[in-house]
Design a protein. Structure first.
Length: 98
């Protein structure tokens, strides 16, 4: 498994990142998510391979999400007092089908 992944940061929420396959770009990201995420700002391009270490997610989880949904949303660490962060978690759960 090798996936060239493009990673975008959210201008609205510190620590929120959106992973997509480079060849697909943002085409599979739901409009509702993009409205909440804000205008994506490219952070980096990364080659995902088995055994690669990511800071806040497993490569396997990211790759699975890219294959199933076409994107992976990395949320910032949980802050119980932040209603916007909780709204984003709920939206991510809805989009993930959980």
């Amino acid at each position: 498994m090798k996936i060239i992944c493009e990673i975008y940061r959210s201008p609205k929420e510190e620590g929120m990142y959106l992973y997509v396959k480079k060849e697909e770009g943002l085409s599979k990201v739901p409009d509702e998510l993009l409205r909440v995420f804000g205008k994506p700002q490219q952070a980096m391009v990364l080659l995902l391979t088995p055994g690669k270490k990511l800071a806040h997610a497993s490569v396997e989880k990211v790759a699975e999400s890219l294959e199933e949904k076409g994107f992976y949303l990395q949320l910032p660490p949980r802050n119980e007092r932040d209603p916007e962060a909780e709204r984003l978690r709920a939206l991510n759960s809805k989009l993930s089908g959980n």
